[in-house]
Ligand binder design. Structure first.
Ligand SMILES: O=C(O)C[C@@H](Cc1ccccc1)[C@H](O)SCc1ccccc1
Ligand SMILES: [Zn+2]
Length: 173
């Protein structure tokens, strides 16, 4: 199980590097990410959140319902190649910014291109929670956090709260 890094950890602002080749190490990292994601629990995770600055995302949207179903997905070097003009608002959270939620507006549907764990390049349309989550995760790969999409004032309050907690040595368990 890998520790999820928390704001204000500067590493969350790194730009993750492309994965050159799907190696056994990348597959092992994906396994570690699924384990950490399920344990959190979360429906998405970007490698930088466990301090690995590589362009790899894991997701499992259905598992959240806890009805025994599971649809683990891994996305290597994901890119958004198209986005709807129509926007969607979703109350987002982040495993790296615990217990803070805010409404974020994003394109309702996006077309993504990525490489899967078998090394196959795929293109796919995403809508609903899948669209919201994949955009949230791709943001992580670019050092962007969901609080960067909310008002300056609210973002300043959140960042200050986490910086004070960090100074007091409070680690969110
Ligand atoms: O920090 C992360 O990247 C995990 C995020 C992914 C996410 C954020 C906003 C909207 C959808 C996904 C979440 O903390 S995973 C927890 C969760 C579960 C169900 C719905 C929303 C968030
Ligand atoms: Zn997040």
């Amino acid at each position: 199980l890998r520790e999820i890094i928390i704001l204000p950890d500067k590493r969350l602002r790194e730009i993750s590097k492309p994965v050159a080749e799907v190696t056994p190490e990348i597959r092992k990292l994906a396994d570690d990410m699924f384990e950490s994601m399920y344990e959190a629990p979360g429906i998405g995770l970007a490698a930088i959140q466990i301090a690995e600055p590589v362009r790899l995302i894991t997701m499992d949207i259905v598992r959240k319902e806890g009805n025994g179903k599971s649809d683990p997905r891994a996305f290597i070097n994901p890119e958004i190649v198209g986005a709807s003009a129509e926007l969607n608002v979703y109350e987002e959270g982040c495993l790296s910014i615990p217990e803070y939620y805010a409404e974020v507006e994003r394109p309702k549907t996006v077309r993504i291109r990525y490489t899967d764990l078998d090394g196959q390049v795929k293109e796919e349309d995403a809508d609903g929670l899948f669209a919201t989550c994949i955009q949230h995760e791709i943001d992580h790969l670019n050092g962007v956090l969901f609080v960067d999409h909310i008002s300056k004032l609210k973002k300043a309050m959140v960042v200050r709260k986490f910086e004070k907690a960090a100074k007091r040595g409070i680690k969110y368990v």
